[in-house]
Ligand binder design. Structure first.
Ligand SMILES: C[S@@+](CC[C@H](N)C(=O)[O-])C[C@H]1O[C@@H](n2cnc3c(N)ncnc32)[C@H](O)[C@@H]1O
Length: 296
């Protein structure tokens, strides 16, 4: 497990500031959300209460409400700026429909995935698209398990350690500071889910490659997304022009077909609430059946 925990205030401030322009560049986030929503076709659930955890700008609230019109949606995010944006997005997407008596308006809650402002056994479905990479997996899956009903479902996507490896390697040629966040391995995620006593766990990973004309364009997009470097050992203060030029030069080694790739390892998973099914063995290790972990 990685010892570096994201620093919550930095994350909240950074995403809060990003809320207005996030959607302009959230291409990967839309793709992984659509993948999660498609996977829901294969699961028969009739949720009464759904939490969109780390709702961001709220793009998925409308899609969830169309899929489950009878459900009460609860949008949770650590960044109040994001919640404000999510409320506005939902209003625009629903238009006049939001005034229908049958329309369940979402609740918007400022809260931390590691300490959810929700009662035990109160939620039927937790949807978390690209949120949990900002959280400690043990704490957040324990919380998800606490709030989920026994037959409740959690479905999520998160980022794995190959994410932005080109940028990480390019920076490594410039200085010794960590410039790219560290991400948990799929096995760490599985272990945290098992410890949280989630059941019927399924995990798989896929690589997505976005392309950029320059490394600067990638770094700008990360800034617009609010995805800032929260490593505790990060270099403080502004990054110098010279360092930025050097990292851009180093990134050129990855250029192919006239574009620069930015790899994202996306881990998808789902599991059910309920009693502990897999127990720890005497040496403290947890056995996850190989059939439950798929790497594409
Ligand atoms: C990459 S965005 C994804 C947003 C949205 N789920 C989507 O699909 O576009 C990550 C979101 O998680 C939120 N977040 C980060 N850490 C969080 C935490 N500990 N608890 C709740 N939300 C968190 C951020 O504020 C941000 O809105």
């Amino acid at each position: 497990m990685i010892n570096e925990l994201p620093q919550k205030q930095l994350v909240a401030d950074s995403f809060g500031r990003a809320a207005a322009h996030y959607d302009d560049v959230a291409l990967l986030q839309r793709q992984t959300a659509d993948e999660l929503l498609e996977r829901l076709d294969l699961v028969k659930i009739k949720p009464k209460r759904i939490v969109d955890l780390g709702v961001g700008t709220g793009r998925n609230l409308d899609l969830l409400s169309k899929r489950y019109p009878e459900a009460q949606l609860i949008a949770v995010d650590i960044a109040t700026g994001m919640l404000k944006q999510a409320k506005q997005t939902y209003r625009e997407q629903q238009g006049l429909k939001r005034w229908l008596p049958t329309n369940n308006k979402p609740y918007y809650l400022a809260g931390d995935a590691e300490n959810l402002p929700l009662a035990d056994n109160s939620v039927d479905f937790v949807f978390a698209n690209l949120t949990l990479q900002w959280c400690d997996p043990r704490a957040s899956f324990a919380e998800i398990q606490r709030v989920l009903k026994a037959d409740g479902l959690v479905m999520f996507s998160t980022l794995g350690p190959d994410t932005l490896y080109e940028l990480r390697r390019s920076w490594a040629q410039v200085d010794d500071y960590p410039h790219v966040n560290m991400f948990y391995d799929m096995h760490d995620v599985g272990e945290a889910m098992t410890e949280a006593a989630l059941t019927g766990m399924v995990l798989d990973a896929d690589h997505y490659i976005l392309t950029y004309s320059t490394a600067m364009a990638l770094m700008k997009d990360l800034k617009v997304l609010g995805a800032r470097n929260v490593n505790r050992g990060r270099r403080r203060g502004l990054t110098g022009k010279e360092a930025l030029e050097k990292v851009q030069q180093a990134y050129e080694a990855f250029r192919q077909d006239n574009v620069l790739p930015a790899t994202y390892e996306v881990v998808f998973g789902h599991a059910w609430g309920g009693k502990k099914a897999q127990t720890m063995s005497e040496d403290g290790s947890i056995n996850i059946p190989i059939s439950q972990i798929i790497r594409k």
